[in-house]
Design a protein around this ligand. Structure first.
Ligand code: HEC
Length: 258
């Protein structure tokens, strides 16, 4: 019985230190966790926040923007994590819009955040910092297109009679990230890809493309049928509707070949 009680207390204290729980308790009354990027752009760039009437930048905005603007995003991840978390903790105690790193079009909609000194501890902020650092990446992984390896994709494409869509990318390519976080996370796009394609992502800095394929730029989107015919090889980052058109075109080209 004692052991069970102890376990319960341990679990509760772990739960209480969880970054997500703490963020919900201390921050989410103003910072909505997730709104898709395209909706946010529309809200802040075209409607001066009158569409969503947000009280503060969302967590996916904070997570992305802080990671881009604080420290060296391409350097050591542990160091970067500490730098981002330290900026955030300092901001929560000593907010000052001159220090803010969100886009001017976003910040101009808000008054300076009130200080939370005495309301949230440094320890709690450490956990919130971990949660904030990983949030954007985790959301893209959870809601975005799920990629698989080329070999597995080829097998599944044959079985399900679908096309393979290879995104040739690199981990440092800005427009690849933009496609992934803005377009390939939109439910309509995720659905269109799941319906007719097997998506594969290949980091061309680390691996060569299959079938001797070459690309001129990243990202490039290459569509391949189950006979390994190349249907289309298109470079560039695309707006949502143009990308949906591109998917349609790839599908209809593949029909022409049958
Ligand atoms: C009462 C509402 C409110 C609460 C609660 C709140 N914030 Fe904020 N926060 C804002 C507003 C508004 C802004 C945008 C203006 C600014 O930068 O000061 C902001 C901005 C920020 C920024 C700076 C963004 C940038 O552009 O650099 C960080 C970091 C931040 N908040 C973190 C937090 C964290 C972490 C918590 C919870 C511990 C929290 N906030 C709780 C309203 C709030």
């Amino acid at each position: 019985m004692k052991i069970l009680e102890l376990l319960l207390i341990m679990m509760l204290s772990l739960w209480a230190n969880d970054g997500k729980v703490l963020f919900t308790k201390h921050c989410a009354s103003c910072h909505t966790p997730f709104i898709p990027m395209l909706k946010l752009k529309e809200n802040f760039l075209d409607h001066n926040n009158s569409l969503l009437k947000l009280k503060a930048p969302t967590l996916n905005q904070l997570s992305y923007r802080l990671k881009q603007r604080i420290g060296d995003p391409k350097g050591d991840e542990e160091l970067h994590r500490m730098e981002v978390s330290a900026f955030m903790s300092d901001y929560v105690y000593n907010p000052d819009k001159d220090k803010s790193v969100c886009l001017e079009e976003v910040l101009s909609q808000f008054k300076t955040m009130p200080s939370l000194k005495g309301k949230v501890s440094e320890e709690e902020l450490e956990s919130i910092g971990e949660y904030l650092y990983d949030f954007e990446k985790e959301v893209v992984k959870a809601k975005g297109v799920k990629f698989e390896g080329f070999k597995a994709a080829l097998q599944r494409a044959k079985k399900e009679n679908k096309l393979i869509m290879i995104e040739s990318m690199t981990s440092t390519c800005h427009f690849c990230r933009k496609m992934e976080r803005e377009v390939m996370i939109e439910p309509q796009v995720v659905e269109a890809i799941e319906k007719d394609f097997i998506p594969v992502a290949i980091d061309v800095n680390k691996h060569s493309l299959p079938l001797g394929l070459k690309v001129e730029a990243t990202p490039s989107f290459i569509f391949i049928d189950t006979h390994k015919n190349i249907i289309m090889n298109i470079p560039g980052a695309w707006a949502k509707n143009d990308f949906l058109e591109l998917l349609k075109e790839a599908k209809s080209h593949s029909k022409d070949r049958k």
